[in-house]
Design a protein around this ligand. Structure first.
Ligand SMILES: [Zn+2]
Length: 170
């Protein structure tokens, strides 16, 4: 049913929004035309209230949509739920845009600063400006600070940005 989004991506989104139970629910929904909360609860073994809660979380992020009709026997409204693949894709792209913005501002930060470190794993990197304040001694442990080469990290960021830009334009 889904052509635009991979199962892996779908599972990741379901995990973020609904945890393990969210993944269980999305895996059932993606393979059926339409399904009710009661049927979902039965198939997944998840409590009806919990299924409903997760479905509404998915619904608020436009991953699923529902159609309502009246049960002929009881006269009650029944909701049928289904996946919205186009909107799942929009959600994924939205997340990628957000990550892209973060990576770009990270890259800018890395390119615009010089970094120093004392060599202790438990101490953070210090910027040149911060290192000036402590006369190039680590503000955490007091050890002398040495310049840090961030070329590899910059390379990594540039590669990652290229990758995501490629995915978004492709
Ligand atoms: Zn230190």
């Amino acid at each position: 049913m889904i052509s635009s989004v991979s199962d892996e991506t779908l599972n990741q989104i379901a995990m973020i929004l609904g945890g393990e139970e969210g993944v269980g629910i999305i895996n059932v929904i993606k393979d059926v035309e339409e399904i009710t909360v009661e049927e979902l609860a039965e198939v997944t073994g998840i409590q009806i209230n919990e299924v409903r809660k997760i479905l509404y979380r998915f619904y608020n992020h436009s991953l699923v949509t529902s159609r309502r009709f009246r049960d002929k026997e009881t006269g009650w409204f029944i909701f049928q739920w289904r996946l919205q693949p186009e909107l799942v894709e929009a959600f994924v792209n939205g997340m990628k845009q957000k990550i892209l913005r973060k990576l770009k501002s990270r890259l800018e930060y890395e390119l615009n600063h010089e970094f120093y470190h004392c060599g202790n794993n438990t101490c953070p990197r210090i910027t040149f400006e911060e290192a000036m304040d402590t006369v190039f001694n680590c503000p955490h442990c007091g050890e002398p600070l040495k310049p840090v080469n961030n070329d590899l990290y910059v390379d990594f960021l540039e590669r990652k940005i290229g990758e995501i830009e490629g995915e978004l334009s492709g």
